[in-house]
Structure formats: structure tokens, C-alpha cells
Design a protein around this ligand. Structure first.
Ligand code: IPE
Ligand code: IPE
Ligand code: MG
Length: 265
């Protein structure tokens, strides 16, 4: 049995083990700007971005966090120039080939969500075996969002439900929030507790829309290739200082006694 301390001190940031998020989502933004600031091709920024993924996956697993979902390529990113898209697909292939051994050795299960049918055949040729070969790993689930869009995921779940209603498997009034949730691959590991976006923009850009309902959001000005394990710990520490209320009243809520002149019932 693995006994974990009640707090871990990770490069000057103390994290409480008890309040760690179970599922972290990351919108990895800023690769292009990172390269452009150095007068380099945007693809160099994407390559550095892959190294950052490796770093952050390791750090997340070391903390004992069970699920990490990283937004690597959106459904809308297909609209980028063809050269950039093909560089990204080659980098994805390289990443999957280079991480294979470490994912297997460290017990990480690799999943992919999104419109995977749009990915080039050479990506599927490395992605699919890695998904099945790591399927039994249970230390952490790493989900790559590839050709992913939150609206598209909701629409697909709605189509599924419509088919179930038409075939008589369920009634229309059985379409509940949970009926939608179980049809969303992004939430198979649970709702995200913490979503981090790097790169300075404060928007969601079509990531995990349905699951975000009560996620805590942390925005970092760091460009993704510069995002370090220390930045991850800082984001988690910020999450741990928040109070998640889910619409209820907070721990420190006070209730004033009713005024004396309140009408008696
Ligand atoms: C994020 O970095 C990676 C992808 C969207 C594929 P960007 O490529 O969006 O970098 P910026 O935002 O242009 O700097
Ligand atoms: C979001 O970043 C998508 C990924 C990180 C994969 P974008 O760079 O595509 O988002 P926008 O265009 O700034 O909203
Ligand atoms: Mg961007």
C-alpha cells in the first residue's frame, strides 16, 4: 500500500494532499507566440509544447492525481494553415512514439477524445495501439483532446439520445443532465475539478463545456512551452484556497436573527 504524506512540499509550494483535484484539465495555449517571440517558426513552439506536456504529465502523476485531460488540438484548429496542421500531426505522432515506454512503465492509461476519425492514418496507427496497450493501467488517466470540441461533444450526445428515444429505449422525459453526462467521453473520468489555461487568454475556446459547470478556473500568463511543474503546483495551490459552493452557502455564511418587527406567521 502506498502511504502518502498529508502535505507535499513541491519546490516551495505546499500542497495539501487531501484537497487535491481528482481531474485537471489544461488548455495548453501560447506555443505559436512562444516561437514568434524568438523569431522562430510556430512549429518550433509546438515542439517545445510537447516537452511541456511530458513535464506536466510526470508532475501530475507524481502528485497522485488520477486524471489529466490536455487540449492538444481543437476541432476548430483544422482551419489553421495546412503546413501548421501537418507539423502538429507529425509532432503528435512523435509524442506518442516517444512516450509509449514511459506510459507503460508508469501505469498511465492513455485515452483520446474528439472526432478521432479526422486524424491522419499515421496518427491513428500509433494512437490506437497505445490506447489499447495502456487500457488496464490505473495510476492515472491521461486524456488527449484531439480534434475535440465541447459543443460537438454535446451535439453527439444529443444525437445519441435522439436515437434512443426514436427506438423506444428511453422516453423523452428521461433526458436528464445525467443521461447527457454518461454519453460524454470527456467525463468518463469525472467532471474536471480544476481547469488551467496558459497563454494569457481568459476564455474556454470550446473545451469540456458540459463538464465545466463547477470547475475552478485558473488562468496563467505563462506561454505553454514555459509552463513548469512549479506553475502547476501554484495553480493547484490556488485551487486549494477556493471554496467550492455548488450553489449552496459557504462554510462561513452567517445568518442574522430575524428583525424584531418581522411579521409573525
Ligand atoms: C496552442 O498554442 C496549441 C494549439 C492550439 C494546437 P497556439 O498554437 O494556439 O499558440 P498561440 O496562441 O498562437 O500563441
Ligand atoms: C485552444 O487554443 C485550443 C487548444 C489549446 C488546443 P486556441 O489558440 O485554438 O484558442 P483561441 O483561438 O485563442 O480561442
Ligand atoms: Mg492559441
Amino acid at each position: 500500500m502506498l502511504i502518502r504524506p498529508s502535505s507535499v512540499n513541491e519546490s516551495d509550494t505546499t500542497l495539501e494532499v487531501r484537497g487535491l483535484p481528482s481531474h485537471i484539465g489544461i488548455i495548453m495555449d501560447g506555443n505559436g507566440r512562444w516561437a514568434q517571440l524568438r523569431g522562430l517558426d510556430r512549429s518550433v513552439g509546438h515542439r517545445e509544447g510537447s516537452a511541456a506536456v511530458r513535464r506536466i504529465v510526470r508532475a501530475t502523476r507524481r502528485l497522485g492525481i488520477k486524471a489529466l485531460t490536455v487540449y492538444a488540438f481543437s476541432e476548430q484548429n483544422w482551419e489553421r494553415p495546412e503546413l501548421e496542421v501537418s507539423a502538429l500531426m507529425r509532432l503528435l505522432e512523435d509524442y506518442l512514439l516517444s512516450e509509449r515506454e514511459e506510459l507503460l512503465d508508469t501505469g498511465i492509461r492513455l485515452q483520446a477524445i474528439g472526432n478521432l476519425g479526422r486524424l491522419p492514418r499515421f496518427v491513428r496507427a500509433v494512437l490506437d495501439p497505445l490506447r489499447s496497450d495502456t487500457a488496464r493501467n490505473d495510476e492515472m488517466t491521461l486524456t488527449l483532446a484531439l480534434s475535440y470540441g465541447g459543443r460537438e461533444e454535446i451535439a453527439t450526445a444529443a444525437q445519441d439520445l435522439a436515437r434512443d428515444v426514436l427506438s423506444g429505449r428511453i422516453r423523452a422525459d428521461e433526458i436528464t443532465p445525467d443521461a447527457l453526462r454518461v454519453r460524454m467521453p470527456s467525463l468518463a473520468v469525472g467532471d474536471p475539478d480544476l481547469v488551467i489555461r496558459t497563454g494569457g487568454e481568459q476564455r474556454i475556446s470550446n473545451f469540456l463545456l458540459y463538464g465545466l459547470a463547477y470547475a475552478e478556473l485558473v488562468f496563467s500568463d505563462k506561454l505553454w512551452p514555459d509552463f513548469s511543474a512549479h506553475d502547476l503546483y501554484t495553480a493547484i495551490a490556488a485551487y486549494q484556497r477556493r471554496e467550492r459552493r455548488y450553489g449552496k452557502v459557504g462554510r462561513t455564511a452567517t445568518f442574522a436573527p430575524p428583525p424584531n418587527d418581522a411579521p409573525s406567521s
